[in-house]
Write a protein that binds this ligand. Structure first.
Ligand code: ZN
Length: 323
């Protein structure tokens, strides 16, 4: 048993550090956190977009991260003290977290550095999305990515390497667009500064993009995706929206759009494990620039400041939380 500081999410604008005694159940491992990171959905929750299905408080909070196994439950097979793991379950904003085996965490693949492995969940979700989109992209296709956060940055890198002719990235924050461009996007568009629909129609002979990936997490992002995709084009939805919103379903029907969800986490656990392994196969080939995406770091004791800054200053792509 260890004492661990853990973060409790108690409602809009409210996080608190608490202390819990953690002891692994027979089917759990106890992990000492190396690094956690803030998910876009956590920012939405903190900003007050809290689905009714979610019961408060959420404790222990945080699902992205990883670390080293320090104790194993009596029925655990396949994990030993000292193993490096990446988290796919709750509790990572903490000194230590408990993971239920076999799918609450997965082993870190050989030769992957720990700071990259600790991004395992968001990284494999985004790499998987780029694989899915690339599979439905044809030679000469023009593809847009709405949202240049962590996922949008990984997805735009992946689909560019997957053969899209033109990759256009949209975001409201110029520094994120600059990075997307540096990492391989052909064209970047800031809808705050120009008429994005017109810009994209001009780039695509008035047709709209063949495929658009929605990775902004907002209703306005999905409506932007709906406005810039061509007749019979594809909207690939990466985002996990926290609140209901209005969508232009008239256009979806009239233009017979294809709607795809790229979600990795919410299929079977077995598929999740296979897709994560496959995503890391690409990561290990060096196909993605990952480190420049972590552009903010906080200590666990600064968790309130970290979240306040996420809301007031939108330039973070991925914020790491270090115990
Ligand atoms: Zn996440």
């Amino acid at each position: 048993m260890v004492k661990s500081r853990v973060v409790s999410f108690e409602g809009a604008g409210k996080v608190a550090l608490r202390e819990l005694d953690l002891k692994p159940d027979p089917n759990q491992v106890l992990v000492e956190t190396f690094q956690a990171s803030i998910c876009g959905t956590d920012k939405l929750l903190y900003s007050g977009e809290i689905p009714e299905a979610i019961k408060l408080p959420i404790i222990p909070w945080g699902h992205e991260g990883g670390g080293t196994v320090v104790a194993v439950g009596s029925k655990v097979c396949g994990y030993a003290v000292g193993d490096r793991v990446m988290s796919f379950g709750p509790g990572t904003y903490a000194d230590f977290f408990l993971s239920t085996v076999p799918y609450g965490c997965l082993p870190v693949p050989d030769d992957v550095e720990m700071d990259v492995a600790c991004l395992g969940e968001p990284l494999s979700c985004a790499v998987h999305a780029s694989q899915l989109v690339s599979r439905s992209t044809e030679v000469g296709d023009r593809v847009a990515v709405v949202g240049a956060g962590f996922a949008g940055q990984i997805i735009s890198q992946g689909i560019k390497k997957g053969g899209a002719e033109l990759v256009i990235v949209l975001d409201l924050v110029d520094t994120k667009l600059d990075l997307a461009k540096r990492l391989g996007a052909d064209i970047v568009v800031n809808p705050k500064k120009e008429n994005a629909v017109k810009a994209i129609m001009d780039l695509t002979d008035g047709r709209g993009v063949d495929v658009v990936v929605e990775a902004s997490g907002s209703g306005s992002g999905l409506n932007m995706a709906s406005a810039i995709v061509r007749h019979n084009g594809t909207i690939a939805i990466y985002s996990h929206y926290m609140k209901p919103f209005m969508v232009d379903m008239y256009r979806w029907h009239e233009d017979a759009l294809h709607i795809v969800h790229t979600c990795l986490m919410h299929h079977t656990k077995e598929e999740m494990a296979v897709w994560v392994r496959d995503a890391f196969r690409l990561v290990k080939k060096g196909l993605f620039e990952i480190k420049p995406l972590v552009n903010r770091r906080y200590r666990l004791s600064e968790i309130s400041e970290a979240f306040e800054r996420e809301l007031s200053d939108k330039t973070s792509i991925k914020t790491a939380i270090i115990p």
